[in-house]
Write a protein that binds this ligand. Structure first.
Ligand SMILES: [Zn+2]
Length: 333
């Protein structure tokens, strides 16, 4: 049994409180390997941002949960070495699907967990979430719950259609479970193909414009639970320059559409205080690797393509922190 505090990690409580008051959001970036972790920490340190390192079920299968925990511990020391005296780094379980999994993460040093009971009937979601909260809070670990289901594909989380969060349920859910934050469904979506062209309109230049997020639902939720931390999953913007670079260098991404950054910027000024971004990072790394493979076909040193992938990822994350989420310069001290 290890407590996250002994690893230099923090939970989400204080950073979310400041984010809501300050009208910005904290980024939750997924990581599966060393290069992604380095890019996240470099971006966070250089922008003086609090940040959430997020571990999905796919990451646990790919990289091993124990190894990822030690990497997060290393991330704290790495941030200090890069010149950040008091980094604020959360190690968060993304889409935990059982009490046992959440418990095992809490016991090994995670500072925050998500229990995703959104696919269960309402009362089962409450019972499961409450059980995780009761365990987690003994150790000051914060818990994210979910109401409503996002469309799209992310590792093992798959749903064909949105089920928007019902504002009438949030007070009951939050008060009965005791969760610290709530993931909601207002039209964001997992993966790099968030919408079909048929769901979009076209602007004057023929560029696809995705349907807007349901800010009306978000506003209703905020009225029900004023000041309560809200989380948006599936919030990649799928930058079209990265999609174009991937396709230019032999890739084949079709109809990749994300959430426009203006909409995320608007959400960040509300009670939305955690925004999850995974697909954009995948696109950035793939675009960089493909470019090296095509332009330098004789190259076979992994550092020569993983290095540029890491640099591209870091540049993307810095832009997100500075221009989209607004968390730059928001460290407590
Ligand atoms: Zn998610």
């Amino acid at each position: 049994m290890v407590n996250y505090k002994d690893l230099g990690l923090v939970n989400t409580k204080d950073m979310f409180k400041r984010a809501i008051a300050g009208k910005y959001a904290i980024a939750a970036f997924n990581f599966n390997n060393m290069e992604q972790m380095q890019a996240i920490i470099q971006a966070a340190v250089e922008t003086k941002s609090p940040v959430i390192l997020q571990v999905s079920s796919g990451a646990r299968k790919y990289a091993n949960q124990t190894l990822l925990r030690y990497m997060a511990q290393g991330a704290v020391e790495y941030a200090k070495e890069l010149g950040c005296a008091n980094p604020e780094i959360v190690l968060h379980l993304d889409h935990g699907d059982s009490f046992e999994l959440c418990k095992s993460c809490i016991d090994m040093g995670f500072s925050s967990v998500m229990i995703d009971g959104s696919h269960f009937p309402y009362e089962e979601n409450i019972a499961l979430t409450k059980k995780v909260v009761e365990y987690a809070h003994q150790f000051n670990v914060t818990v994210e719950g979910e109401l409503g289901v996002l469309a799209g594909v992310e590792d093992d989380v798959v749903a064909e259609h949105h089920t928007y969060t019902q504002p009438s349920e949030v007070v009951d859910f939050v008060s009965r479970t005791g969760v610290d934050s709530l993931a909601i469904s207002i039209g964001t979506s997992h993966g790099a193909n968030k919408f079909t062209p048929a769901q979009c309109t076209r602007d004057a230049n023929g560029i696809l414009v995705p349907p807007p997020l349901r800010f009306d639902i978000l506003e209703e939720i905020e009225k029900e639970i004023p000041g309560f931390p809200i989380v948006l999953h599936g919030s990649s913007s799928v930058p079209q320059d990265l999609v174009a670079q991937i396709n230019q260098y032999g890739g084949k991404l079709v109809d990749s559409i994300g959430i426009p950054e203006e909409q995320l910027r608007k959400a960040a000024t509300s009670a939305v205080c955690k925004i999850n971004i995974d697909s954009d990072g995948r696109l950035a790394m793939t675009a960089a690797v493909r470019k090296v493979f095509v332009e330098q076909p004789g190259e076979f040193d992994p550092r020569k393509y993983l290095g540029p992938a890491r640099d591209t990822l870091k540049a993307l994350y810095k832009l997100k922190l500075e221009n989209v989420l607004g968390s730059a310069g928001k460290l407590a001290k």
